[in-house]
Design a protein. Structure first.
Ligand SMILES: NC(=O)c1ccc[n+]([C@@H]2O[C@H](COP(=O)([O-])OP(=O)(O)OC[C@H]3O[C@@H](n4cnc5c(N)ncnc54)[C@H](OP(=O)(O)O)[C@@H]3O)[C@@H](O)[C@H]2O)c1
Length: 342
């Protein structure tokens, strides 16, 4: 890289009679050009067309999951960010690299947050991380036996004019070592500790609506019919949130309503706190695309803040204009609301 003084000298050596201020302008211009030629980087622009000078390194965990993958895609396409993607298995990493997202291999980190050695064995490449978006979660799997039983009862239920499949009778299981206490509590805590260790300033956590209600039906998922066994997914998620809130890190905790797939950017986003929207609206869903947009917006608007909110999406009413995730988050910040953890 050329220094300004060198450039000024070369201008003077050629005895070009330029006034001092013009010499400086020429030098500055040459410096810019030389920087462009000498470094491999090129000018990059964010989605609003503003020039980006510094990229922000962000780790997305649970990056192979349905929401994590969308967040990762958005960051890969946004020149403001240099994403890293944490996935549990080599197979997940391969699928992301070969997917339409085309994630460069050097962006992948393979690690199991349930492993006792998670913090110790973590590969290099995470230096200089500024933020972390946590999308990991225990994933319930339907028990094949309970599904078969429910399907066999379907004709009888139809005769009895009942719903053919009784969803409440279905049973769910967790992967080995993949139940909520291990993944949604200890696994999240390990990630927050890692954030502290790495000097990450801001953690964005995808949790869930319903965490204020211990009797929420999702807490029964994975338990046996007598109530024993591993479950309480929302209870463990809330405990992890508390840990983050008390950690001293800056955080943005998102509590989405029921997640659905579908095109983002269509519905009106609504934010509130403390599960208030359950009483306000008959339907409290949000599509994963919109949730991913809110996660990315949180990187900018939630920075240096301690913020926790619920999010859903509703049809845009007649005469209303849809507000994008940035706008919704900015407006919400003006209300100075955040979830109550007392
Ligand atoms: N589904 C809903 O209606 C709903 C509603 C509200 C909130 N939420 C919450 O929203 C978040 C996103 O949901 P989603 O359905 O998009 O997620 P998802 O597809 O279930 O993804 C979860 C991710 O966590 C990863 N993971 C699990 N255990 C791991 C471990 N030990 N080490 C590393 N990674 C691990 C999974 O990887 P593997 O696939 O390799 O295990 C997967 O990539 C979750 O926290 C979910 O609980 C969901």
């Amino acid at each position: 890289m050329m220094k300004i003084s060198t450039i000024r000298l070369s201008v003077q050596q050629r005895r070009i009679p330029l006034p001092a201020f013009l010499q400086f302008s020429v030098a500055l211009f040459l410096l810019c050009v030389s920087n462009q030629i000498n470094s491999s980087s090129s000018f990059t622009f964010d989605p609003s067309g503003n020039m980006v000078t510094n990229t922000k390194k962000v780790l997305v965990t649970g990056a192979s999951g349905q929401t994590g993958r969308l967040v990762l895609k958005k960051l890969e396409e946004d020149s403001r960010y240099e994403p890293k993607a944490l996935v549990r298995t080599e197979g997940s990493a391969r699928r992301l690299v070969q997917s339409e997202i085309n994630v460069p291999l050097e962006h992948m980190i393979i690690s199991d947050i349930a492993s006792p050695n998670f913090e110790k064995d973590l590969p290099s490449g995470l230096e200089g991380l500024e933020a972390m978006i946590v999308c990991t979660s225990a994933v319930p799997r339907i028990s094949q036996r309970s599904l078969l039983k429910a399907m066999m009862l379907a004709p009888l239920n139809l005769v009895r004019r009942k719903k053919p499949i009784d969803f409440k009778s279905l049973q769910f299981k967790w992967k080995h070592n993949g139940y909520p206490e291990i993944v949604d509590y200890y696994g999240q805590i390990k990630q927050f500790n890692l954030a502290k260790k790495l000097g990450v300033k801001h953690v964005v956590l995808v949790s869930s609506m319903g965490v204020t209600d211990r009797s929420h039906f999702l807490n029964n998922v994975g338990k046996k019919s007598d109530g024993s066994g591993d479950g309480d997914i929302l209870v463990w998620k809330r405990k992890a949130e508390r840990y983050l809130v008390e950690s001293g890190l800056d955080y943005t905790i998102l509590h989405p309503g029921g997640l659905v797939d579908g095109p983002g950017g269509v519905q009106q986003l609504e934010l509130d706190v403390d599960d208030n929207m359950f009483a306000k609206y008959p339907r409290t869903c949000i599509c994963r695309e919109d949730l991913a947009d809110l996660c990315v917006s949180s990187l900018e608007f939630g920075k240096a803040k301690k913020l926790s909110f619920d999010c859903i999406a509703r049809n845009v009413e007649e005469g209303q204009t849809r507000r994008d995730a940035n706008m919704v988050l900015q407006n919400f910040l003006e209300e100075a609301k955040t979830a109550n953890y007392r």
